[in-house]
Design a protein around this ligand. Structure first.
Ligand code: ZN
Length: 138
């Protein structure tokens, strides 16, 4: 069985980080599969999906690491070409990647206890992000 689902997340940009785990768990539960995979994907080139322990210390540490990797106060060729000022956001999103696949076993996401699925919005303005969930399983 295959099924697709979407939901919207309102974000503030600038590394705004949202825990998607409860919504993904609910969608997987309603899909009533016992074994398979679920892919979580965000369309767009200035946001990313990963997992982290969703507590303020770890989330802050990741934001600081991202700032060191692709600082906001640097010159980006993208900004010279487009003038939209979010060159740092495109680089950050490319490094993190737009999707994640999680195995489902016995009807449950195979996540660690301290491992949550997060959406990080890197853009330089608030956005409405439409997250796509694709489930394959039986
Ligand atoms: Zn741009």
């Amino acid at each position: 069985m295959t099924s697709s689902h979407t939901f919207t997340v309102k974000t503030q940009g600038f590394n705004d980080t949202h825990d998607l785990t409860p919504r993904v768990e609910e969608i997987v539960r309603n899909a009533k599969i016992s074994n398979g995979i679920v892919t979580v994907f965000v369309p767009g080139s200035t946001a990313g999906i990963t997992t982290i322990e969703f507590e303020s210390g770890a989330v802050e540490d990741l934001k600081k690491a991202i700032e060191r990797l692709a600082p906001q106060n640097m010159q980006y060729d993208h900004d010279r070409r487009w003038g939209d000022g979010n060159g740092f956001a495109h680089v950050r999103a490319a490094l993190l990647g737009p999707s994640l696949t999680v195995p489902v076993t016995n009807g449950e996401l195979k996540l660690g206890t301290w491992q949550q699925i997060v959406l990080i919005d890197f853009d330089n303005r608030p956005r409405n992000r439409e997250v796509t969930i694709q489930i394959i399983g039986e």
